[in-house]
Design a binder for this molecule. Structure first.
Ligand code: AMP
Ligand code: ZN
Length: 142
């Protein structure tokens, strides 16, 4: 994982490499993705180098989640997107390739070529499902 010095998104924040900026404030920066899934695909990054959303201070996370729908609406109004996906890949197994956490805003158009699909799985039983929910609930509500 790259240090702040070599991180491509930190370089963008410092103005060492260019980006097509769509929004900036004291905490976050948003710019067009260089390899978009659809025209207008935007990434929002915190101005703090954290590999993972799990260590990102909530002041940054809150600002990202506040701005994401506003950027989505701006994309709808500007390029006539009909909706948008918000997603965040956390960890290489989840598809993360840039180790400075970021949220994607992906504008969607009827009939576009974007594929987000997976075969649904099944729990063995309702008991198995309830047991897992219980374990998670106990951790999250402790
Ligand atoms: P992820 O796979 O979730 O880590 O997403 C990283 C995203 O950053 C990819 O969609 C890349 O296309 C995008 N990206 C990487 N370098 C740049 C760059 N210099 N400018 C804009 N987007 C970039
Ligand atoms: Zn960084």
């Amino acid at each position: 994982m790259p240090l702040v010095k070599e991180c491509v998104f930190c370089k963008i924040i410092r103005g060492e490499i260019p980006c097509c900026k769509v929004y900036e404030d004291d905490l976050i920066l948003a710019f067009l993705d260089i390899a978009p899934f659809n025209i207008g695909h935007t990434v929002i990054i915190p101005k703090d180098h954290q590999n993972s959303i799990t260590t990102l201070d909530e002041i940054y996370a809150n600002r990202i989640i506040k701005m994401a729908p506003k950027i989505g609406v701006a994309l709808m109004r500007t390029i006539n997107a009909e909706g948008f996906n918000l997603f965040l890949n956390n960890g290489s197994v989840a598809g993360q390739t840039v180790w400075h956490c970021h949220m994607h805003v992906l504008p969607r158009f009827a009939g576009d070529k974007v594929v987000i699909s997976s075969e649904p799985m099944k729990y063995d039983s309702m008991d198995q499902m309830a047991e897992l929910a219980g374990k998670l609930f106990n951790k999250l509500n402790a």
